[in-house]
Design a protein around this ligand. Structure first.
Ligand code: FMN
Ligand code: MN
Length: 498
């Protein structure tokens, strides 16, 4: 059974010693961010800081029981370690999630009765993918309509001094494709403008933005329904950041990850469905002819992202549990909580990447590369130009299209050991020969790009060069002590007096 809801996850974190309750009053305006940053600073000083991910980088999850100005507690850092991501997915090791996915991808046509019987549990498990409609849910224990709606009831963070206001940082934004009716869930931050109005920061390449554009093309003066859930069980919450193709329901993936269908309940005032176990739900609409200045916002680049024009979300109804927990996160100079979410997704999606690109052995997204600036890829190189083929594959693979720098190394380089990557990659390149530039979509948050959303990207072929690639010189072996000598020295070690 998956976690029933966010509070069951909180109880588990507490039991595992992964959570601290803060009973003192702390202001969600700036102070909570600083508490999280101080913890991060302490943890960063730990000696293992060089090789990421440092499993303890951010200290414990925090439940602020008395955020200033609100009756409701605030949960932060809930996903801020490898261990907590494992607890979130109920595994000992994130590799187990990947193995489950591989199990489905490897499914062969059964040959005999025994094979067929072996397949049954898997087929039964397939049923747990699909979300389930339910009539009611705890997210509706309290209902506020129209004039009664006040977002400032909740302890919404202002994270950094130059932020344009308070931002809802952990929302699950639900929309439907106006052409196909298919659901999308994305995590897009929301700047609170007043009691009932927020920004809707879906970046232009994201699925929410595509729904908006398609609806606007059909009826520029219309509106689209939007609902937002805050705080669900971990797998459902993380559904908002899964980089799945358009029109593929994130809630199906969440069902797979929690091994139980996501239960969805219809909203009070629009016909979207939201997780029935959510702590808080905001229902409303986005006008297709309305844009408003959003930002600045201290972003996961570690710099402020500048003001920009984004759609506006009008909240018509708020429903919540009697005692809702407000879930939040802070982004900033890496690593922060989002690094660990990104790391888990990198592990979970690796088998899917390998399915279409079997030459990929492993990938890593170093924390300081903030997901879209740097990807290190190890490949089993089989033909001339193979590294460049892989770069181009990654630049056309969903959200990996944003990757500013791709470093392709041979299969024997440990991509999560950045010391090894820097050493071996730099030894393997002739910069002029091995660097490739391309132009294309870049992340909206890239403040160095020549223009917003469009710019250049760089691939570095740091594999061994072959004669068939025009490399006429011999390539040296890596120096390694032979096993015989190692054993001899091991035997004499104690006698050396060192
Ligand atoms: C904490 C956090 C905040 C995020 N904020 C935004 C955001 O404001 N706008 C955005 O477009 N993507 C944001 N993202 C990334 C999206 O959630 C991610 O790209 C997701 O896959 C988008 O869903 P979609 O592919 O269905 O559009 C954020 C991710 C995290 C972890
Ligand atoms: Mn999507």
């Amino acid at each position: 059974m998956g976690y029933a809801d966010l509070r069951e996850f909180v109880r588990r974190l507490e039991k595992e010693g992964e959570l601290r309750r803060v009973k003192a009053e702390v202001d969600p305006v700036l102070e909570i961010t600083e508490v999280v940053q101080r913890l991060r600073q302490l943890a960063m000083e730990a000696p293992s800081g060089h090789i990421a991910p440092n499993p303890n980088a951010l200290g414990p999850a925090l439940l602020f029981e008395k955020p200033k100005g609100s009756r409701y507690p605030l949960l932060i850092n809930a996903f801020g370690s490898v261990r907590r991501m494992e607890i979130a997915f109920e595994v000992e090791d994130l590799g187990q999630v990947a193995a489950r996915i591989r199990g489905f991808l490897d499914m062969q046509t059964p040959q005999g009765l025994l094979d067929k019987l072996k397949m049954l549990p898997k087929l039964a498990e397939l049923g747990s993918f699909l979300p389930k409609q339910v009539k009611d849910g705890p997210c509706k224990e309290v209902v506020h309509q129209r004039g009664d709606v006040n977002l400032f009831d909740f302890p919404i963070l202002k994270c950094w001094p130059q932020d344009g206001g308070r931002f809802i940082t952990f929302p699950l934004v639900f929309t439907k494709n106006p052409e196909t009716g298919k659901r999308n869930v994305g995590m897009y931050r929301m700047q609170v403008y007043d009691e009932r109005t927020t920004g809707m920061h879906w970046q232009t390449q994201k699925h929410g933005a595509e729904h908006f554009r398609r609806a606007r093309a059909a009826n520029p003066e219309g509106r689209i329904p939007v609902s937002v859930a805050i705080g669900s069980d971990p797998a459902t919450t993380l559904g908002g950041i899964l980089p799945v193709p358009p029109d593929l329901d994130e809630m199906m993936f969440s069902g797979f990850l929690r091994r139980d269908p996501v239960e969805l309940v219809k909203c009070e005032t629009n016909d979207l469905e939201v997780p029935a176990n959510a702590e808080i739900v905001l229902e409303g609409y986005v006008n297709l002819n309305e844009m408003r200045t959003e930002g600045p916002f201290g972003d996961h680049t570690g710099f402020y992202s500048l003001e920009g024009e984004f759609p506006v979300f009008h909240v018509e109804c708020v429903t919540h549990r009697k005692d809702p927990i407000y879930l939040a996160t802070v982004v900033g100079r890496p690593p922060q909580e989002d690094f660990f979410m990104g790391y888990a997704i990198e592990r979970v999606f690796l088998p899917l990447m390998k399915m279409t690109h079997p030459e990929i052995v492993d990938v890593s997204l170093p924390a300081e590369g903030i997901v879209h600036n740097l990807m290190v890829v190890a490949i089993r190189k089989s033909f001339p130009g193979h590294a460049r083929k892989v770069m181009n594959a990654i630049w056309s693979l969903g959200q990996a299209m944003f990757t500013k720098v791709i470093v392709v190394v041979d299969h024997d380089v440990k991509v999560h050991d950045y010391r090894e990557v820097v050493w071996k990659a730099l030894c393997a390149i002739d910069p002029q020969r091995d660097v490739q530039f391309t132009l294309g979509p870049v992340d909206t948050l890239d403040h160095a790009a020549r223009m917003q959303d469009f710019g250049s990207k760089m691939g570095i072929d740091a594999t061994r060069k072959w004669a068939t690639e025009g490399f006429a010189r011999p390539w040296p072996d890596e120096m390694l002590v032979d096993e015989k000598t190692k054993t001899r020295v091991e035997a004499m070690w104690k006698t050396l007096g060192i």
